[in-house]
Design a protein around this ligand. Structure first.
Ligand code: MOS
Length: 749
């Protein structure tokens, strides 16, 4: 059972999840659950080879099966208008081409959608899919990262873009590393991992007319999905509607529009009926991206007193044969510590696999596993406490951009984390602590995550009955977006949260970014803040213009609003109701829409979230079984909007980090280029029994430079560094340094 204490004390009681009741009672409607009378069901047929071409498709037996409405493939697809005409003979797509569904006969990866059966019922579609006969011409595929590593290169897109952050980076003196007093070099490996949210990806596609499309699609950004589909099907944006109101987890798998979504839209066009497609768990391994297999080499130089003098960090990740997925793997290393001499390299390896994508703290979770493991290795070599080593190299300003931090309370995080964890009780020597016949290890790691704020709009409406509606096309993939936004609105307007409704997950709402990169609270939260403030001001002006209004002589700064009742100052006993104002002016509602975005401060400060994790593991000296016994995590993400949901996010991040450290690994059989992990029996994620007490702390100091609400992102920083903290604890317990995740028993005995 996860448990958490909060510090500092919660300033006001957290609002419970506004949609909690809908979710736990099953009343929330998810993408696959929208009812349609004439709904047809689709089943995808995917490639069994990793590279080659489709020689022949025999769809006749399937087409003749009961209930079948269509069997769609590249032979008879209605076609995606934006795709270029197919070349004869078919040519492999150049790098940078997003995968084209049912386009030609070429196969790029095992699991590629090659055909789709649409039928009256799901069972009929499944049965007919088993009757489709496909012959392939196989070509030699390359899916093995380790075997092909020497062919990795700078990404084509990076070569073309001189200002790309993934260009080779060097600062300071290149001779600093060879001449360092103490040196260390190590290579760290992270396997392919899959997001595996409990709700699989699903879509219902509905063509309301030949040029009007509505999709109920599980994704993390209704506006970007709308834009993508409009572009693909050459429709005006407003003729594509995307709804994704409830999402059962995503972790990055829903950031882009994937081939199966386009396939379902094509199918609905073909059969002229609403079509539902739900990905089974096996298809979740090849349809919606993954954390790429990544190998990182870190070299470090330091003085004997533990001052870092040089770091080189080379990261190589895998991508598909048609697209380049770049992630922040090496970027944190440039900003994390006050080191004068730093070099980073980033390379990609094209393999015959589907394209990876962002997953749970993408790039930084990968890079910080290597960096924070290496720091621990260096601390051991120097016989220095790992926390002390980090304090000695604390960056007081951003060493990469030579800018002050907008705010940074990392030292306070370290202090709180160490104290709450009892770090002082750690005996320095590995294998020196034991309990009940088990080896006990204490490990820690730092965490950072870049600040992302995108232009966002929100509309705030006060209705005649005093209730408030706030709207923005933002998303909730689980953290409780509506709850936090309601709380922001309630505080500004002085209205009870019970009177506020927050609408999201609908592309017809005011423009907002998708939920990714921990950007929702910083971006959309600011827009909600601004819209509510504008609405309040408008209402106050309307209120002051009423004859004899007590508000006409009030100082704006002194006005106090509670439960929709406006007092000219804190001492005043007389008040005006919002509803009185609307009534007097005979207005059914008053509304304001505001857009909020970053200003010049973006170039004046370096903006990051910071944090740290402390972990205790117990390891069996006999079986090598690792149990995480407790975790203390502390984050500095500026102002905390809602303690309860923030705490849940931190717990979720730590759980993801434990999975990454100890369990999660997608295994491929390279003879076939096919994953052998295809369900939860083979792809292990933590369950309740794996999760110990997790204590969450926040510094909770507003960062006044980032946005009007002082809040930075929390979702991703909660996982960044956790895997390193676990690995460091395992080293402390056992004396064995595992540099290849996950840390399974075979690597310890
Ligand atoms: Mo997150 S990987 O940006 O959903």
């Amino acid at each position: 059972m996860a448990n958490a204490h909060l510090r500092p004390a919660e300033p006001e009681p957290s609002l419970n999840r506004v949609d909690g009741r809908l979710k736990v009672t099953g009343a929330a409607t998810y993408s696959a659950e929208y009812p349609f009378d004439n709904l047809a069901h689709a089943v995808l047929i995917t490639s069994t080879i990793a590279k080659g071409r489709i020689a022949n498709i025999n769809a006749k037996p399937a087409e003749a099966a009961p209930g079948v409405l269509a069997v769609i493939s590249h032979k008879n697809t209605p076609g995606v208008p934006a795709y270029p005409p197919v070349k004869q003979p078919a040519e492999r797509a150049p790098i940078g081409t997003a995968f084209r569904v049912f386009y030609d006969e070429l196969i790029y990866f095992s699991g590629q959608p090659v055909a789709m059966v649409v039928a009256q019922t799901l069972e009929q579609a499944q049965h007919a899919a088993s009757l489709v006969e496909i012959d392939y011409q196989t070509e030699t595929h390359q899916t093995d990262f380790v075997a092909n590593r020497s062919t990795a290169a700078i990404a084509v897109n990076v070569q073309r873009n001189k200002t790309s952050p993934f260009q080779d980076y060097d600062r300071g003196d290149p001779d600093a590393l060879p001449s360092a007093e103490v040196k260390l070099e190590a290579t760290y490996t992270i396997p392919t991992q899959h997001h595996q949210p409990l709700e699989p990806h699903a879509i219902i596609a509905v063509w309301e007319a030949d040029d009007k499309l509505t999709v109920y699609d599980k994704n993390q950004g209704v506006k970007s999905a709308q834009g993508n589909l409009a572009q693909a099907f050459k429709l005006p944006r407003e003729q594509v509607k995307v709804n994704a109101q409830f999402i059962g987890g995503a972790f990055g798998s829903g950031i882009r529009v994937w081939p199966h979504t386009v396939a379902a839209v094509l199918a609905a066009k073909q059969v002229k009926r609403p079509v539902k497609l739900v990905l089974g768990r096996e298809l979740m391994f090849t349809s919606v991206g993954y954390r790429p297999f990544t190998v990182q080499k870190i070299a470090m130089g330091a003085t004997k007193t533990g001052i870092l003098t040089a770091i080189t960090h080379e990261g190589t990740g895998q991508t598909s044969a048609y697209e380049e997925h770049l992630e922040r793997t090496i970027l944190a290393t440039r900003a994390m510590y006050a080191c004068l001499n730093v070099s980073t390299r980033y390379r990609l390896l094209n393999l015959d696999v589907n394209t990876p994508t962002w997953m749970r703290g993408p790039g930084d979770a990968t890079g910080m596993f290597a960096l924070e493991s290496a720091l621990d290795e260096l601390a051991f070599a120097l016989q220095l406490d790992p926390l002390e080593l980090r304090l000695r190299n604390h960056a007081d300003a951003d060493p990469e951009r030579n800018l002050p931090w907008s705010a940074k309370s990392l030292k306070e995080c370290y202090r709180i984390g160490a104290e709450e964890f009892g770090w002082k009780n750690r005996k320095p020597e590995p294998r020196s602590m034991q309990a009940d016949g088990l080896l006990v290890g204490y490990g820690m790691a730092s965490s950072l995550y870049g600040f992302h704020r995108h232009p966002s709009k929100a509309k705030a409406v006060m209705q005649a009955d005093g209730s408030v509606v706030i709207q923005s096309a933002t998303m909730d993939i689980g953290p409780g977006t509506g709850t936090a936004m309601t709380q922001i609105a309630a505080r500004i307007l002085g209205v009870s949260p019970k009177k506020i409704r927050f609408d999201l997950g609908d592309s017809s709402l005011p423009d907002a970014p998708g939920q990714n990169g921990s950007a929702t609270i910083p971006s959309v939260g600011s827009a909600v803040h601004d819209a509510c403030k504008a609405l309040k001001n408008k209402l106050l002006i309307l209120g002051a213009s009423m004859p004899g209004s007590i508000l006409s002589s009030a100082w704006p700064d002194e006005i106090v609003i509670k439960n929709g009742r406006i007092y000219p100052n804190a001492e005043s006993r007389s008040s005006v109701l919002y509803t009185d104002i609307l009534k007097y002016h005979k207005l059914p509602q008053v509304e304001m829409t505001e857009e909020s975005k970053s200003g010049p401060e973006r170039d004046q400060y370096s903006m990051y979230s910071f944090g740290c994790h402390f972990v205790e593991v117990h390891v069996s000296p006999v079986t090598g079984e690792v149990r995480v016994k407790r975790v203390v995590t502390c984050a500095d993400v500026g102002k905390i909007i809602n303690y309860k949901t923030a705490r849940s996010q931190s717990i979720g991040g730590v759980v993801g980090g434990i999975g990454m450290a100890l369990m999660e690994e997608s295994v491929m059989d390279h003879r076939y280029g096919r994953y052998v992990t295809s369900d939860f029996a083979s792809y292990h994620i933590p369950v309740h029994a794996d999760i110990p007490q997790i204590e969450v702390f926040f510094v909770d100091q507003p960062d006044v430079h980032v946005n009007p609400i002082g809040a930075k992102g929390l979702g991703e920083i909660a996982i960044v560094g956790v895997a390193a903290a676990v690995a460091n604890a395992v080293f402390h317990a056992t004396g064995k340094r595992v540099r290849e995740l996950p840390i399974t028993v075979d690597k310890l005995v």
